[in-house]
Design a protein around this ligand. Structure first.
Ligand SMILES: *Cc1c(COP(=O)(O)O)cnc(C)c1O
Length: 394
């Protein structure tokens, strides 16, 4: 039996069996369109409301502030484009960070082509946004601040509450992409002054193709999909009932297991970090050591090519990633690693391993043992490393 160790949970997660089980009847027995009048189908309306309630409770929000979408990317697009349009009379300036997911960055580029101005905040060497720089970037025509809750590559958690406070002191809307954070860290939208929040089912052991956008009551935001009256006329289209049941169940599960699950993940994460730092020379941990997602490990190894590392790990049955899933396959180094100040050649030798509750310490021992040997072998083939060693021995 060949071994498979899945360490790419920031790219996607396994749908939990109980989530699949909860979804199944909504494909087969309860397939009615929730907008239909007869009871058989209309019952699905209540089922949807129940899921909305579960998610709202998880965030300290109201039930009617949760809007289902087709995932994190759609929620991010909606939050930015529709706010830009609805508030353009107030101004056309948006503030975000340099380390956002492409669903935010590419949407900002789209808006820039349409006459909006975007300020991209720098981050420090651990990937944290500077609050003073944020304050200085605010202008009378700033309509939106969008900063991610936690980064998908290096796991850094932002000072979200402080950012929200600054936004609200200035009467500016605050959106956060919480796709990586939702279900991993406690979030309360009131405490953090969040007006809009994006999340996605498949990053929390739910199904793919379903997500939601939280929109605070009173926020003027335009409809994203025009058509029927679904999602309070803001996002038309027959509801993805099985998906909605799936993300509801996944949320319930993530919230109820959060404490225990993340405690276990943190222990494993720190064990993995410690072994790598102690046993593999010339490496650097990327991301903040403390303000970090419970399951994220990201290292750069000097004199090593990230892609080669991934291929060799794959041959040992280890699934990891060099940056975000969207950038792997391209040869550009990750924008996140460049933003934290890594030179190109070091950013190229980066490895992201994101854990889950299914990973054991024994799995991690197998990973480190193989990683050590692979890094050593790759370095042996590197002329740069050879030069480096020669210089060291002089
Ligand atoms: C995965 C991810 C997204 C995109 O979510 P999808 O549901 O795959 O569209 C957006 N933002 C972050 C931070 C992510 O990790």
């Amino acid at each position: 039996m060949s071994r498979l160790i899945y360490l790419d949970n920031a790219a996607t997660t396994k749908t939990a069996p109980e989530v699949v089980e909860a979804m199944l009847p909504y494909f087969t027995e309860h397939y009615g369109n929730p907008s239909s009048i007869y009871g058989f189908a209309a019952a699905n309306k209540e089922v949807i409301t129940k899921q909305r309630e579960t998610i709202a409770n998880a965030l300290g929000a109201k039930t009617n502030e949760i809007y289902f979408t087709a995932g994190g990317s759609e929620s991010d697009n909606w939050a930015l484009k529709a706010t830009a349009e609805a508030y353009e009379k107030k101004g056309k300036h948006i503030i975000t960070s340099k380390i956002e997911h492409h669903a935010i960055l590419h949407t900002c580029e789209y808006l820039e082509k349409r006459g909006y101005e975007v300020t991209y905040l720098n981050v420090d060497e651990n990937g944290v946004v500077d609050l003073e720089e944020l304050k200085a970037a605010i202008r009378p025509d700033t309509i939106l601040i969008s900063v991610m809750f936690a980064n998908n590559e290096i796991g850094t958690i932002q000072p979200i509450k402080e950012i929200g406070e600054i936004a609200h002191e200035h009467g500016i809307l605050f959106h956060t992409d919480a796709v990586q954070a939702f279900g991993q860290v406690p979030i309360n939208v009131d405490e953090c002054h969040i007006d809009m929040l994006s999340a996605s089912g498949h990053k929390l052991n739910g199904p793919k193709g379903i997500g939601f956008l939280y929109i605070r009551t009173g926020v003027k935001i335009r409809s994203f999909v025009h058509g029927g009256a679904q999602e309070r006329k803001r996002r038309a289209g027959t509801e993805n009932v099985p998906g909605i049941v799936g993300i509801g169940k996944a949320t319930e599960r993530a919230i109820s297991t959060m404490k225990e699950r993340t405690a276990k993940e943190i222990e494993l994460r720190d064990y993995l970090i410690e072994r790598i730092e102690n046993e593999i020379p010339y490496c650097r941990l990327n991301g903040d050591r403390k303000k970090r997602l419970p399951n994220n490990v990201n290292f750069s190894f000097r004199f090593v090519e990230g892609e080669s590392l991934l291929i060799m790990l794959d041959m040992k049955g280890i699934c990891a990633s060099s940056g975000s899933a969207c950038t792997s396959g391209s040869l550009d180094p990750s924008h996140v690693l460049l933003a934290i100040g890594l030179p190109h050649e070091i950013a190229h030798g980066s490895l992201r391993m994101t854990l889950s509750e299914e990973v054991s310490k024994e799995d991690l021992n197998y990973v480190v043992d193989n990683l050590k040997a692979i890094v050593e072998n790759l370095r042996k083939m590197s002329p740069l490393y050879e030069d480096f060693v020669k210089k060291q021995n002089k």
